[in-house]
Design a protein around this ligand. Sequence first.
Ligand SMILES: [Zn+2]
Ligand SMILES: [Zn+2]
Length: 317
Amino acid sequence: MEFSFTPLGISAAQPAYGRHLAGHVLAAGNELFLLDCGEGTQFQLHRYGVRRSRFRYIFISHLHGDHFFGLIGLLTSFGMNDRRDPLTVFAPPGLEEIIHLQMKLTGTILPFELTFQVLSADKKYRILETPSLEVFAFPLDHRTPTTGFLFQEKTIPLNIIPEIIDRYGLSFEQIRAVKTGADLTLPDGRQIPNHDLTLSPYRTRSFAYCSDTAYLETMAPLIRGVDILYHESTFREEDAALAKETFHSTAKQAAQLARLAEAEKLVLGHYSARYLDLSGLLEEAKAIFPNAVLGEEGIPVQVQAERMSGQIGQIPD
Ligand SMILES: [Zn+2]
Ligand SMILES: [Zn+2]
């Protein structure tokens, strides 16, 4: 099963040098999640062939325009395409009011159920559970209430070694029990331990999304050991004073956070329009945290499915 993060917009505050505003896609198994929806996000979804009809949940980190001004356009397009599936938007207080006012004054009626879940930006808590994932919100440090999001795969059921089923003539109930970790008791009373019945389990994967924020050390324990950390890196170190003043981070600070959180990989993004060349941001990050990459529009960052034994495998859908 796929687990990948794709930036669609990497520019901060305004478009610059062909770079677009915040919009990101997480693909996890059969689910697609949209993280922020700046102006132009629906064009980027189209450009990179993302099947937007598959979004059931949209996550808006905060109410700065570069993170949500594209939402009304996307919702309206969903309506014109006669979407019927319900859609839930997780957002700070106020977005529902904004969207409803836009719909009211433009006479927009959506043919699907649109629900807003208001986020609290003062603690880490679980906001969503799907069959394969849990999603948590946690506070960031910005000029307006802002939340980060942590996506954590649930434990994946064990795969039974195929010939075991025939060898012991397992019933449906026994197969189900073995997949959840149970040992097997044979009719003669012998016990077969679970590890002799199943392939090495898959490691669960995780992704943290930290949009606009000042450097915030208290975030590290909340996302400890995350596979992919997306962390804004609006500024270079020479503009650290500006980062502090505007509650943003430098690339170096993003790297410090990644190191502190013991992340596997750091993806940078939300680059200031003052930089044409982004290589300096990457250099500053890599000096602290070597496994850092520049987030690029339309380029997915993947985490492979890996068994605990270290063997790369393919999780069946
Ligand atoms: Zn922003
Ligand atoms: Zn902001």
